[in-house]
Each structure stands twice: as structure tokens, then as C-alpha cells.
Write a protein that binds this ligand. Structure first.
Ligand code: SF4
Length: 476
């Protein structure tokens, strides 16, 4: 198996909802196209751009904001820093003027209704999420640039699929699968998070990695807090009411607070029983995914559709398990990221390839392992927790109603979080040496299941809930 170098910052990327493969990936592809066009031809020589969306990007592209994402990318907006409150205004401006400012500087003719083409029945062989940019130059030449959005915001250009990993660095402890990981843990005596940190040191120094991971947590926290304090309906036409706001209000009662830390303190003081802790975990997950569905700022973990599982479990650890220390949070996220890498290398984190097991299943496995290690479990117990979490997501289909990342996606994050905690507890109470199923076997099984899964359950909105509850008939 070729070695792929994936950093914690590849797994956890700050971006904009609602989808890592259908929003963040196409957005990043458009930014790459801007960069290569500028280098090779000069953006001032472009007169027109057309974008072709294939397969899953066409079928669920409108619901997932793919059309918006490519326009934002062509405008040169950075998904990590763009002001999400101005996205609609920018889209309106393009639609009214039929003009797009490439890299915010070079005007080109652009009619969104004609220049974003949804090819519903065409799929390119390499991956169901493909898009082609057709760039017309002043000299009449048309340049074609095709990209694949392969899940979690990762993109690959056509022709470079087998050209090796441009991100590749020599890692002291290369890991392709769980067996490699446990080998290094046993050989060095290090916990998983230390192995990961040693590998991260190949990209940058430890202080930078720690600062970057804490920024990821700050973004997750801000997302949870915003989601718990935003009311109304989600965009897209399904008329789904945001629930985290009401749930937070009900659970927090008359306690007053200002800001996240104060709020977290109140939650800790006022929540003693199992039911209320369970409610809070759901509330955190709902909050993140309601923000995600509203084009809010989220962190891919490992995808946007599954962005609520890890923040919910980490916030549970922070508030209810005395995890509120920077080092503990960093360790949690490093371990989680390594499990995500193992799934990406051995199977997929793309719902268009593997259904929802590749999104919620993987995020749940990541959270389960991180929580198990954070609560004092051994490396083998952490891997066992990841295995258990995925084992009980195998076969989970992707069937978003109306192609929107709302139903079943938002609630599904609550399920992924609770399953992660249960998987962690089961592993902590078990001896991994007696386990019958290894993490590598479950990764393999997930991939086989992905290959066998009917394409209508792979982010196409052609099957499952998506056809039984069409957009117009929704009662939500
Ligand atoms: S059903 Fe699962 S995989 Fe599909 S869009 Fe929703 S969260 Fe993502």
C-alpha cells in the first residue's frame, strides 16, 4: 500500500458548511484553478468560465451548496476566513450583474444559471464527485481543468491521481493501518497521541502544532455556542426548525452566563443525572450541524456532514470528565485524527463512495478512540473503541432529504456521538486481547460494504428517506 502522509490539519480543516465533499472540496478546487490559471495564463486574460458538475455533485449539489462554493472559490474567498454572513450578498451580486470578479479583481462574464452545468447522469470513472472548469481566454483558447472532491475537503486534479502524495514527508512513525500504529506504540511505549505528535513534528514544530490544534478547538467551541444560541429555520426549503436553541434554553433553565466558559461552568454545575448529560451531548451535536446546514463556520471532522460528533464528544469530555486543559484537548484531537487517517487510507471518508458509514461512522470511531485514550485507556483499548464504533455503523446509507445536509444528517450526529461514548466505555471495560474483530478488519469490511452499496445510497438523494420524503411534502 503506498504511504500517504496526512496531517492533523488535513483531517480537521476550518471551513464553511454544509458539506466537505460538496462545498469545501469544490471551493478549494476553484481556488486551485484560480492559482494555476494565474500562473499559466494570467487571470487578466480570462473572458469566461463555465463549471460542469458531475454525478453526486450534480445530484445533491444545490442542497449541498456546490454552486455557491465554486463561485466563492472563483471570487478568491478563503473558506477559513471569509465572512459567512456576506455569502448571500455576494451570490445576489453575481446573479444580478451576470459578472464574477475572479480573485476579487478581474471581471468575467458569468451567468450562474447557464455557467454552472449540472450533469445529473454523467459520472467520471475515478470518483463520483467530479467537476470541470472550462476557462475561455482572450485568444479564444479554452482550457479544461478537472478535479475530484474525494471527501473531507480533499481534492485531486485529473491526471495527478497516481502521481504520489505532494504532501508527502518522511514520518518517523509511518502508519497505514491500525497494526502499524500499535506496532509503533508497543515499540516506543508511547501513547497514540505522542506517536501522532512525533509525526506532526515532520511538518512543523510542536508549538505550532499545539497552537493550530487549539485553534481547531476554539472554532469547534464557537460553533457549538453559536448553534445553541441561534433560532429559526434552516435554509433550503425543508423548513427544518433549529432545535439546539430550544434544548439549550430548556436545559440551562434560569442560570445566567456570558460566553462559552461561563456557560460550560453552568452546565457542569447543573447537570448531574444521566438523562441531562445525554441531552447536553445531543444539544452540542445538533448545534454544530445546524450551524453547518446554515453555511456557518465549522471544522471538518472528518467531514462537514459529520462535523458535530467529535465536538460533542470532546465537549462532553471537557465539561463532564474534567478534560478542560489544553494538553488534554490537544491529545484528544491528535488521537482522533490518526483514526480518521487510518479510515481514509484503508477505506474512504467520502459518502459518495461509501455512504454515511464513511462520515458518521468514521467520526464516531475517531471520537471513541480519542475518548478512550483520554479517559486512561490503553492504546489497544482506544483502537478497540474505534472498532466497536464503526462496527455498529457498517452499512449506514447516505440519503439526505432534498439533497440537504439536514435530515437525517443533523440527528445522526447525536447518534454518532452517543455511540462513540458507548463504544469507549465498552472498550474500557474489556480486554482487547480477547476481541474477535480488529480495527483493520472493520476498516476492510467498511470498504467492502462501500463497494457493494447501491449507488442510490451514496449521496445522490436517489434512495432511502430522500425519495420517501420529497422536499415539497416535508412536514418538518
Ligand atoms: S446522510 Fe450522512 S453521509 Fe449523507 S449527507 Fe447526511 S451526514 Fe453526510
Amino acid at each position: 500500500m503506498p504511504q500517504e502522509s496526512i496531517s492533523v490539519f488535513d483531517m480537521f480543516k476550518i471551513g464553511v458548511g454544509p458539506s466537505s465533499s460538496h462545498t469545501l472540496g469544490p471551493w478549494r478546487a476553484a481556488l486551485n484553478v484560480l492559482e494555476e490559471t494565474e500562473l499559466l495564463y494570467g487571470l487578466e486574460n480570462v473572458t469566461h468560465i463555465q463549471v460542469l458538475l458531475y454525478g453526486s455533485l450534480a445530484k445533491t449539489g444545490v442542497g449541498h451548496g456546490t454552486d455557491i462554493a465554486v463561485k466563492m472559490g472563483l471570487l478568491g474567498e478563503n473558506p477559513e476566513t471569509t465572512d459567512v454572513n456576506t455569502i448571500q450578498e455576494k451570490m445576489n451580486h453575481i446573479a444580478l450583474s451576470n459578472q464574477l470578479l475572479l480573485a476579487q479583481k478581474y471581471p468575467v462574464e458569468f451567468n450562474p444559471a447557464e455557467d454552472i452545468v449540472f450533469l445529473y447522469n454523467e459520472v467520471l470513472p475515478f470518483h463520483p464527485n467530479a467537476l470541470t472548469f472550462l476557462i475561455v481566454l482572450k485568444n479564444g483558447q479554452t482550457i479544461s481543468s478537472t478535479w475530484y472532491s474525494i471527501g473531507g475537503g480533499f481534492v485531486i486534479k485529473e491526471g495527478l491521481q497516481n502521481k504520489g502524495d505532494k504532501n508527502k514527508v518522511d514520518l518517523p512513525f509511518p502508519v497505514n493501518n491500525a497494526q502499524d500504529l500499535i506496532f509503533w506504540c508497543i515499540k516506543t511505549g508511547m501513547p497514540i497521541h505522542e506517536v501522532v505528535m512525533e509525526n506532526e513534528n515532520a511538518w512543523r514544530n510542536e508549538e505550532e502544532t499545539k497552537a493550530g490544534v487549539l485553534k481547531i478547538w476554539e472554532t469547534m467551541k464557537a460553533c457549538i455556542y453559536r448553534g445553541c444560541h441561534s433560532k429559526g429555520e434552516l435554509p433550503g426549503g425543508l423548513r427544518v426548525r433549529r432545535r439546539a436553541y430550544e434544548l439549550n434554553k430548556k436545559l440551562i433553565g434560569n442560570n445566567t452566563y456570558s460566553g462559552f466558559e461561563d456557560w460550560a461552568e453552568q452546565i457542569k454545575k447543573s447537570s448531574g443525572n444521566f438523562n441531562s448529560i445525554l441531552d447536553w451531548i445531543s444539544c452540542f451535536a445538533l448545534a454544530v450541524n445546524e450551524e453547518n446546514a446554515s453555511f456557518g463556520r465549522v471544522v471538518t471532522a472528518p467531514t462537514n456532514g459529520a462535523a458535530g460528533v467529535i465536538p460533542a464528544v470532546l465537549n462532553y469530555f471537557v465539561i463532564f470528565c474534567d478534560g478542560n486543559e489544553e494538553d488534554k484537548i490537544i491529545r484528544f484531537l491528535l488521537t482522533a485524527s490518526e483514526i480518521g487517517c487510518i479510515f481514509k487510507k484503508g477505506a474512504t471518508i467520502s459518502a459518495a463512495m461509501g455512504g454515511c458509514q464513511a462520515e458518521i461512522g468514521v467520526s464516531s470511531a475517531m471520537a471513541a478512540a480519542a475518548l478512550a485514550e483520554s479517559l486512561g485507556g490503553t492504546q489497544k483499548q482506544a483502537l478497540m473503541a474505534a472498532e466497536i464504533a464503526m462496527e455498529h455503523h457498517l452499512g449506514l446509507t447516505c440519503d439526505p432529504i432534498g439533497g440537504l445536509v439536514q435530515i437525517p444528517c443533523i440527528e445522526r450526529n447525536t447518534m454518532g456521538a452517543i455511540k462513540a461514548i458507548t463504544a469507549c466505555q465498552l472498550a474500557l471495560q474489556s480486554s482487547p486481547d480477547y476481541a474477535k474483530v480488529s480495527l483493520d478488519k472493520v476498516v476492510r469490511t467498511m470498504w467492502d460494504t462501500a463497494l457493494d452499496m447501491n449507488s442510490k445510497y451514496k449521496e445522490t438523494a436517489d434512495g432511502g428517506l430522500a425519495i420517501h420524503i420529497p422536499l415539497g411534502l416535508s412536514e418538518c
